[in-house]
Design a protein around this ligand. Structure first.
Ligand code: ZN
Length: 329
């Protein structure tokens, strides 16, 4: 009996330690992620899909502007950085690889397409192709690399319109579900208020994908905090990713509420900060990635959070949420 138990424990610990994420430099064990910022941006180009071109920014200029902010985050303890800029909004695999190598921060990039902002960032093929065809493009990036590089995506980033889902938004989330089932990549969907999150979770269920494969991005834009509890209980990841100097007390209040409900294990926090904007001189004003460490963590500790709970938010949860694993019913 004891031997059987030991064997079971070994199997469980092996399968946990075997979890991995895909960074721009390759696959790394989830146990090595360390402190992670799970939703940030290094470069964002708002020009729109119609005029979009990676020649719109100078790689060296962007590199020189961005690198000090990554190094500053590293000094604050960050080992892993999830870059949530999707294709057609400034995702630049070559630049991300270079920044990761120079800063020694793990950077994770994404596949998928951004359907918010009245479809401004969707290339025209999205409107004619099926969900299956779109997913083939994303699966190909996972298998072969992005834009002719060796860089592979570590998650699916999509976005839907707020409110009830349009047909295009529905197609994107079905494509994300197909891609998830083929690759095990987690789906992070820029969503905002709850109505679109709940509709996406319903589509995923129809597709056989479990809610723990879904990150409800920008959930802080939903003002009914009870819905965070409902979504977390359902099994979804609730990403409160807009930490800034002005909203620390709101974060302390909401995280305390989720802690009381024993749901901290479904919550992610980040700044949604950055970024180099090619339309502005020298990339414009860059918001640093350090407010969580300088303001929020001390405020949480003052409110009675333990180091273990802080680590849950910044280490354990991002590693679990973004682990490469097919999560189906
Ligand atoms: Zn974002």
């Amino acid at each position: 009996m004891k031997k059987l138990l030991a064997l079971l424990l070994w199997i469980v610990s092996f399968s946990l330690s075997a979890q991995a994420i895909v960074s721009v430099t390759g696959t790394i064990p989830s146990s090595q992620l360390g402190v992670s910022l799970e939703h940030e941006h290094l470069l964002v180009d708002f020009i729109g899909a119609e005029k979009y071109s990676r020649s719109h920014w100078n790689e060296l200029e962007a590199f020189n502007k961005i690198l000090p902010y990554l190094i500053e985050a590293k000094k604050a303890g960050v080992l892993t950085f999830f870059d949530c800029t999707p294709n057609y909004l400034g995702r630049d695999a070559k630049l991300l690889l270079r920044l990761s190598q120079a800063s020694k921060v793990n950077i994770v990039t994404n596949t998928g397409l951004y359907g918010g902002s009245d479809n401004k960032y969707l290339p025209s093929f999205v409107f004619t192709e099926s969900a299956e065809e779109l997913s083939q493009r994303w699966i190909a990036e996972f298998e072969k690399g992005i834009d002719g590089t060796s860089v592979k995506p570590g998650f699916i980033k999509t976005s839907v319109n707020p409110g009830t889902l349009t047909e295009v938004s529905k197609k994107l989330i079905v494509a994300a579900a197909i891609t998830h089932k083929a690759t095990g990549l987690t789906i992070a969907s820029h969503t905002g208020p709850a109505i679109a999150a709940l509709e996406q979770l319903e589509i995923l269920k129809q597709q056989g994908v479990r809610p723990d494969a879904f990150i409800w991005v920008h959930s802080q834009n939903e003002k009914q905090t009870q819905i965070f509890i409902d979504a977390a209980r359902f099994g979804s990841w609730v990403s409160l990713d807009g930490v800034n100097e002005e909203n620390i007390s709101w974060y302390v209040e909401v995280l305390t509420l989720l802690k009381k409900e024993n749901l901290l294990n479904h919550v992610l926090i980040s700044h949604d900060a950055g970024w180099f904007d090619p339309a502005k001189p020298n990339g414009g004003t860059f918001r640093p990635f350090t407010t969580i460490f300088q303001k929020l963590v001390p405020a949480l500790i003052a409110a009675g959070f333990t180091q273990k709970e802080i680590d849950q938010l910044l280490i354990t949860n991002p590693a679990a949420a973004y682990a490469l694993a097919v999560r189906t019913y």
